[in-house]
Design a protein around this ligand. Structure first.
Ligand code: PLP
Length: 287
């Protein structure tokens, strides 16, 4: 079966999905995107992802082509047509096709593209062993709260991490960790509280982060929303990251130094279990 993607109103085999040369996404990175995890064929936290998409589109003044109900229908249809039960669904909206000029085009229609990627999330090997991260300077722009398709800084940072033998880059500004190249960054202090950077324009408001904060409050785990330094991360009892395509992933080494004993920590593992339970019983979070 050929992989089916969605482009501008049609479901079609990927080989037939063509975007015009003058698309502003291609020329300027003029667009925004979202990524949603899929477990047992169900979209996880989708309402919150659609809400963030609306916000990103509003901030860059691209009209939202679909209502939330329409988006959901298209996403579910794409998952169904690809027979995907576990993985990730990616969707992006660009400002459309027009002769190259920086000013917004007068009559362009947004380009909408969506595809699925099958991936083991619940039983990912990385969740058992944990991953290594390395810190790199955060060289991104000043509106990181917008989920822009401009990801050159993340591409370079994550490649640098890979070349250093790690799986994720932790981005650092003024000595403080902002977030991961494509994930939210957390540590757990020796006293057992979770520390995560507060929301601002310096980071993306992670949807998995939001659910994780809800889960930790519900289960009585102490939580501090504040910035943390690289040195605090080195000295932490545990560290982990969250993202739609990984849920909760233990971080067991930072810049080649083991985090505590270099094994996934108990609070991280508990939170991962709680998140998996929530993803399997989505009604819980809506209460
Ligand atoms: N931060 C950045 C920079 C990201 O790119 C992502 C996900 O792609 C996240 C955080 C995690 O966000 P979410 O949990 O919504 O996937």
């Amino acid at each position: 079966m050929s992989r089916i993607v969605f482009l501008n109103g049609s479901f079609l085999p990927i080989e037939e999905a063509k975007v015009p040369f003058m698309d502003r996404g291609f020329l300027f990175g003029d667009g925004v995107y979202e990524g949603v995890g899929v477990l047992d064929g169900r979209l996880i936290d989708n309402e919150a992802h659609l809400e963030r998409l609306e916000r990103s589109l509003g901030e860059v003044r691209i009209p939202n082509p679909y209502s939330r109900a329409e988006w959901t229908h298209l996403q579910e249809e794409l998952v169904r047509r690809n027979g995907m039960t576990e993985g990730f669904i990616y969707f992006q909206v660009t400002r459309g096709v027009a002769e190259r000029d920086f000013f917004f085009p007068e009559n362009a229609e947004p380009t909408v593209a969506m595809f699925t990627q099958a991936k083991a999330i619940a039983n990912a090997p990385a969740a058992e062993k944990g991953i290594a991260v390395v810190t790199v300077p955060d060289m991104r722009w000043q509106r990181r709260d917008i989920k822009s398709i401009n990801l050159l800084a993340q591409v370079l940072s994550k490649q640098a991490a890979k070349e250093a033998g790690a799986q994720e880059a932790w981005l650092v500004e003024d000595g403080f960790v902002t977030e991961g190249g494509s994930s939210s960054a957390f540590i757990v202090t020796r006293e057992g509280s979770i520390v995560v950077r507060p929301l601002s324009q310096a980071i993306l408001p992670g949807i998995t982060r939001k659910s994780l904060l809800w889960l930790s409050r519900e289960s009585g785990i102490a939580l501090e929303e504040r910035r943390f330094t690289v040195d605090e991360a080195y000295a932490a009892a545990e560290a982990f990251l969250t993202s739609a395509s990984n849920f909760v992933l233990p971080v067991v080494s930072i810049d080649g130094r083991p985090v505590a004993d270099g094994k996934p920590g108990p609070i991280t593992q508990r939170l991962r279990q709680l998140y998996l339970q929530m993803a399997s019983a989505p009604a819980m979070a809506a209460e």
